[in-house]
Design a binder for this molecule. Sequence first.
Ligand SMILES: NC(=O)c1ccc[n+]([C@@H]2O[C@H](COP(=O)([O-])OP(=O)(O)OC[C@H]3O[C@@H](n4cnc5c(N)ncnc54)[C@H](OP(=O)(O)O)[C@@H]3O)[C@@H](O)[C@H]2O)c1
Length: 329
Amino acid sequence: MTYTPNPNRYSNMEYRRCGNSGLKLPALSLGLWHNFGHVDVLENSRKILHTAFDAGITHFDLANNYGPPPGSAEENFGRILQQDFRAYRDELIISSKAGYDMWEGPYGNWGSKKYLVASLDQSLQRMGLSYVDIFYHHRPDPETPLEETMAALDLIVRQGKALYIGISNYRPAEAARAIEILRQMGTPCLIHQPKYSMFERWVEEGLLDLLEQEGVGCIPFSPLAQGLLTNKYLHGIPAGSRAAKSHGHLQENDITAEKIAKVQQLNELARQREQSLAQMALAWLLKDPRVTSVLIGASSPEQLTDSLRCLQNTHFSTGELEKIEAILK
Ligand SMILES: NC(=O)c1ccc[n+]([C@@H]2O[C@H](COP(=O)([O-])OP(=O)(O)OC[C@H]3O[C@@H](n4cnc5c(N)ncnc54)[C@H](OP(=O)(O)O)[C@@H]3O)[C@@H](O)[C@H]2O)c1
């Protein structure tokens, strides 16, 4: 089957400027952490990517270790890119990262220049690309000097292997230092990728303010708390769900009675707003203009289509916001 993108793909998506940069990102971006590895069905992965691009999602987020096995999401993405998206490379923002375990020995992890440069070369090869649009340091390294890690990111941009760079999982104080070092080097930090959802709100304690002040974009990941913030787990753990998969990162013991009680109340509030809970949870993040894009996952094209409908209502009344706060307390 040959793929022809929807000619109206840009008509229903909102694009938000990423910090003070020249780059705009779609309000929703698609992450390939789960559902794109060699353990998954390639044709399903391919259909998810088609559904995304057809709806105006121009940004696909990867990392060296996504799979399983590690590296396989980039390989599969590379195959689909070659097959279906080759003509559209200039319409895509493709990101990758390095920071977690990737290969054996002392150079396959964390934040040395040795690791970051080699890892991006491997990622480019797996995806069949000459450059990525955004390259991230995936997590802070407590041992490598921040200056070295940031110098590696700067080098990668100067080598033309990434257009922009970002940081992920950095807490406010270390993010502030990284942003400053990068500014001094002349390679501004484009974006920060933190975990942020109704269930995970540390970014509200200083990070969002910092990013706004520094003109850096923000792309929250796991906005649905890996599926918890949907109606999926209201009556147990369904077969095929992330929590049911042996390689899924959502663990059975993450699904506590206390969380489900909150999900039940949130689900009722979403129903009153005529949204699914997934849509309300995404809209709740998008209500903040400091959020550039929300980075979602999906295990089927239908799920992605459901999530995309969040864009139809991202407004919350004061009363609704207060109710959400009361439920989350
Ligand atoms: N920088 C980092 O350290 C880091 C860490 C984690 C993730 N990320 C990035 O963030 C991306 C998104 O993370 P995530 O996959 O955890 O995001 P998420 O959106 O919180 O969770 C996605 C999962 O939620 C379920 N879901 C999605 N839409 C749904 C809907 N409309 N209705 C019901 N269930 C729905 C699906 O679960 P089922 O599979 O059970 O159907 C799906 O796989 C990743 O792919 C990756 O790019 C970055």
